[in-house]
Design a protein around this ligand. Structure first.
Ligand SMILES: C[S@@+](CC[C@H](N)C(=O)[O-])C[C@H]1O[C@@H](n2cnc3c(N)ncnc32)[C@H](O)[C@@H]1O
Length: 225
């Protein structure tokens, strides 16, 4: 399927929104340029902006990110508030090396903890409670990451899941054999049906799931019994 058909927003509307601004910080533009040049995946700029606004609006103090990449979301999240701290997990040491450089350059290194390893392993050892959890990882791991992330998220905390529309492909018929799209479609269903979440999927960039953890999990109260 060609790029134009995969686009969720039509080009003219996308250009209009890009023109509306606000202008992004130089460092973010540099990260976007690096991602373009090296074909690296980062959050779309409106997702970074949304994360920053959500941190401000909720006065979040502790954010857990699953999938650091080159640190675009870390930079966006820490720009939302001077008191927010971010724990971010990635299994790719080279990505974390690049992320560290950007995080140091925007002088927020003392507020960002980067953990290297498989998300499901690292998630078993992080200490909650977190106020916000941003899931931006391999589609096949998202459901387990959500289960584990929710165990360290406080009641009332937010979950943000990136790319739920997977470039629009999850809505296309005939996904057989496209494992990533099938996994992301399954994750989208899991996300919106999760009993402890009140959720919505926003058609922002590649689709952003936004949810609040509205009640305790059985594990929060010592279960399952
Ligand atoms: C889309 S990028 C993250 C982008 C980043 N959140 C941002 O805002 O720029 C996804 C990252 O998840 C990491 N990743 C994928 N599956 C993972 C897993 N199972 N455990 C840990 N990291 C994983 C990849 O190495 C990659 O750097």
């Amino acid at each position: 399927m060609d790029q134009a058909r995969q686009a969720i927003l039509r080009p003219r509307q996308a250009a209009y929104l890009e023109g509306l601004g606000p202008a992004r910080a130089e460092l973010l533009l540099e990260m976007e340029e690096l991602a373009r040049r090296k074909n690296l995946t980062i959050s779309a700029p409106p997702v970074g902006r949304l994360l920053s606004i959500l941190v401000q609006a909720t006065a979040a103090r502790r954010v857990l990110e699953i999938g650091t990449g080159i640190g675009y979301a870390c930079v966006s999240l820490t720009s939302g508030s001077e008191s927010v701290r971010v724990t971010s997990i990635d299994r790719d040491a080279e990505m974390l090396r690049i992320a560290t450089g950007f995080i140091e350059r925007c002088e927020v290194a003392e507020r960002v903890e980067l953990l290297c390893g498989e998300a499901v392993d690292q998630l078993r050892s992080v200490q909650g409670p977190y106020d916000m959890c941003f899931i931006d990882t391999d589609p096949r791991d998202c459901r387990r990451c959500l289960d584990l992330g929710l165990q360290v998220l406080r009641v009332g905390g937010l979950v943000i899941a990136n790319n739920l529309l997977w470039r629009g492909l999850v809505a296309e018929p005939g996904l057989e054999g496209d494992r990533d799209s099938e996994d992301m479609r399954a994750f989208g269903g899991y996300f919106v049906m999760y009993p402890q979440l009140e959720s919505i999927v926003l058609p922002v960039a590649g689709g952003v799931g936004l949810a609040v953890k509205s009640t305790h999990l059985t594990t929060d109260v010592g279960g399952p019994f």
